[in-house]
Design a protein around this ligand. Structure first.
Ligand code: SF4
Length: 275
């Protein structure tokens, strides 16, 4: 049987990407560790849940885009593949409820004809070099949507990651992206899907470019400053974690064999990452 949930292995990717920007945003020191002391990601149930919902929704949308009856889609089989891949068990009934609600609440709200799922964008951007990305959903209108799972509702869709996707899609197609947004499965006691989007304006494009410029400058300065250093030193990514819960599952925490000296580890804080 062919695998349903196929994803590129991004563990060793070093190109400019949404993930690299996100890491720098949540913890500067982690962004620096990713450059000089990279270690494999440590899985956790929240991230596996997010990946399982991603894979399951993808099967639903593939069927819709291809005009295949929904009954022939295999969302739960794709979710099960993710669980097997990660070796982490999650509540599959929670994934199933997310898919049922997605079909009821989100499917009717958009035109999915010819939508592209997990498009591989690879484009040389002026001043930044080669950029790489895999937006979850690009509609025929060129609107771009990212699937998320979270314990709380999101506050804004105006983020650098979505801005970067918009700029990369525009550089690839030559057409303006009208809108970017998140479809988020909010995992409260009464879970639901949250739809949050923002128009892609020139001001949003400039704002995104300014943020990405800063990251690129920091990476280049790091390369310059550490080029001949016997041991690399973090000069350019000095910030720590946005919240100490991020250290709870971080592969650079000495509790898990890493060498981060900024880690919160005793006691390990509550909280953590989500997919
Ligand atoms: S352990 Fe904490 S401070 Fe260190 S890199 Fe990870 S998130 Fe950042």
């Amino acid at each position: 049987m062919n695998a349903l949930a196929v994803r590129d292995d991004l563990a060793t990717r070093t190109l400019l990407s949404k993930s690299a920007l996100n890491v720098a945003d949540i913890c500067g020191n982690k962004a620096w560790m990713e450059i000089h002391h990279r270690r494999p990601f440590i899985g956790n149930p929240d991230v596996t849940f997010g990946s399982a919902v991603d894979a399951a929704v993808e099967q639903v949308l593939k069927a819709i885009a291809a005009g295949i009856p929904l009954g022939a889609a295999q969302p739960m089989e794709a979710a099960a593949e993710i669980v097997e891949r990660d070796g982490i068990s999650i509540h599959m009934e929670e994934v199933e409820a997310a898919i049922t609600d997605f079909v009821r609440d989100i499917l009717p709200a958009h035109d999915w004809t010819d939508c592209i799922l997990q498009a591989h964008l690879n484009v040389v951007m002026d001043g930044w070099g080669e950029c790489d990305g895999h937006p979850d959903i690009v509609l025929r209108s060129d609107a771009c949507w990212d699937l998320k799972t979270s314990k709380r509702a999101r506050g804004t869709a105006r983020t650098v990651e979505l801005g970067l996707y918009a700029l990369m899609i525009e550089a690839t197609t030559g057409r303006p992206v009208p809108e970017v947004g998140y479809l988020t499965r909010v995992r409260t006691k009464t879970p639901s899907w949250q739809t949050l989007s923002t128009p892609v304006t020139d001001e949003f494009r400039d704002w995104t470019r300014e943020h990405v410029d800063g990251f690129v400058r920091a990476r280049r300065a790091d390369e310059l400053l550490n080029r001949n250093a016997p041991e690399p030193i973090n000069w350019t990514f000095p910030s720590g974690p946005k919240n100490s819960g991020l250290c709870r599952t971080c592969q650079y925490n000495p509790m898990f064999g890493g060498t981060c000296r900024m880690a919160v580890r005793d006691p390990l804080p509550a909280g953590g990452d989500e997919g």
